[in-house]
Write a protein that binds this ligand. Sequence first.
Ligand code: SF4
Length: 374
Amino acid sequence: MMQQVSRQNKIRIVNLNPGCEPSGILLNKIVMFLRVNGYEYTFDTEASCDVVLINSCCVSNAMMSKMKIMISETLEEGQVKKVIIFGCFVPFAEDRGNDARVIMIGPKEAEEFDQLFAHRIPIGHVPAGRLNSRLFRPHQLMDADEDYFVLICQGCTQNCSYCNIKRAKGRITSRSAEQIIKDIQQGLKEGKKNFVLVGDDCGSYGVDLKTDLACLVREIIDACPDIRLKINYVYPGRLIHLFPSLAGSIVSGKIIYMCVPLQSGSKRILKLMNRDYDLGRLRDIVTEIKKIAPSLWIYTHMIVNFPTETMEDLEDTLQAAEWFDDFVLFNYSDNPMTAASRFYPKVEGQEQAQRLRVCMNRIKNIHCGRLDQI
Ligand code: SF4
């Protein structure tokens, strides 16, 4: 039995990646659990505490290195009795078996907090849809104060060649429509109108439950007709598959935002990314959505400087980004052990910098988009 944390312990909470929705919701659930069960905690990174909870991330090699340094530095603090590492870094973490102070809880194991902390209200019963900017800084059309965030699933049905998230979370695990609608009704009680459906890929929702995202959206709209929905991360291949049954909900105007990460406008690069969908069909669907629901804001993510990328590939990607209302370009970096990390030649050094300048100039010229490095 894990030695429990007591209410006398001073808890410091560290959030490594406030830009990730699924991670923000999971951390918020933990924070609310601590609050409703009478534990004191701080986000002050300078505060001297004997328990440190680190909300981890594995999205990039840079993030993973930051994680390793943070764990070592925290363990060097003499007064620290427990270091709880939660989230996506856990499956990648070296075995710290020799340090009894370290407790690892994976992204799909939040219920383990019930073992670790004496409690009156279990973590599964704690509402977590209201995120504050300490926990989450949206980089897309979301508002941490106005929106209510609902986690609908974790993991996905794809296997993109560059991705660490899949390695951390594995196959799709969906929550039931009943649980999701209960969360939305809680948000309505709290006066919210905009609800963000969150997952690593909402498009994979329900594959493990013999249902899908289109059915879920219909059930939500039937149960809560006055709400507006934002859907983050719908894998393009899943959108192409679901569009015929999702179109009715789109025409209803209840869906006001969707993020469809295209990642590249080059067929050849998509093949290397192991992302299998028809670019032309996807473009037609985006055009159709803007026709039948003009106020639905469609956002996309693109990866630039992917290994072997040519200037023609980059141009295809920048042109495809303009199919959408807005976009973010992420500068590629290798995640060790992924298939993509074994692809050559890399786009690096002067060539990489030159291409980022091309991207910045395009963004400036079209007054749209943003460049980011994770
Ligand atoms: S869809 Fe691809 S990029 Fe997204 S979580 Fe799944 S494997 Fe990773």
